[in-house]
Design a protein around this ligand. Structure first.
Ligand SMILES: CC(C)(COP(=O)(O)OP(=O)(O)OC[C@H]1O[C@@H](n2cnc3c(N)ncnc32)[C@H](O)[C@@H]1OP(=O)(O)O)[C@@H](O)C(=O)NCCC(=O)NCCS
Length: 174
């Protein structure tokens, strides 16, 4: 069974910037890595064209950033706003890294940048996400940044032949 990649203690200093159409190939390669897939809802054999379309469709309600180390794209994060005016105070976060770059603080850097946008540029009151209940690195990362578990979706995700629980987490600023 696939699991999270082991963390290394060495910290990296990523450069963060907005996603570009030309990132599709690098991001697709990351989305197809086993550790990335284990922690997310990505399917095996994602196509570059699908990622290109996702980038092209991404509008003002989404802040999508990539992290680079030495000029190489090593992960991304999205803060996705809601189209309903009555849910305009909510954003959803997705983050994922190249398997070789986990445990180096890059997820923290991406999350902090997205939370800065949420708090100081979008005036969001509620940032939410779902995470596999056994994804310890992700839960530690989110908890360290003020997210709390709100509930459990039992057997809501299918991964590598097994059903797994997902946790609903949120960070509130009312
Ligand atoms: C989840 C993820 C974004 C975290 O980013 P990261 O850069 O690895 O995070 P950090 O380096 O800030 O480490 C997060 C914490 O988990 C710990 N950790 C990292 N890998 C771990 C592992 N395999 N097992 C247990 N703990 C681990 C780190 O030591 C750190 O703990 P600390 O805060 O107590 O020091 C990244 O691991 C990833 O992309 N995973 C695959 C995709 C995924 O699961 N995305 C999240 C979907 S909700």
């Amino acid at each position: 069974m696939t699991t999270a990649t082991s963390p290394s203690s060495e910290k990296a200093q990523p450069q963060l910037r907005a996603v570009r159409p030309s990132d599709a190939e690098a991001l697709c390669a990351i989305f197809n890595m086993p550790g990335f897939r284990w922690g997310t809802l990505r399917m095996p054999f994602e196509m570059v064209e699908q990622v290109e379309r996702r980038i092209a469709k991404s509008g003002q309600e989404t802040t999508w950033i990539v992290a680079e180390v030495d000029g190489k794209v090593v992960g991304d994060g999205r803060l996705i706003g809601q189209s309903s005016p009555r849910r305009a105070h909510i954003g959803e976060i997705n983050i994922g890294l190249d398997d070789a770059f986990v445990g180096k603080g890059i997820g923290s850097a991406i999350l902090e940048a997205l939370l800065d946008v949420a708090d100081n540029w979008r005036a969001l009151k509620r940032v939410e996400l779902t995470v596999y209940a056994d994804n310890e690195p992700a839960i530690r990362l989110y908890t360290r940044h003020g997210f709390e578990v709100e509930g459990r979706h039992v057997k809501a995700g299918f991964t590598d032949g097994e059903y797994h629980d997902l946790l609903a987490m949120a960070r509130l600023r009312f």
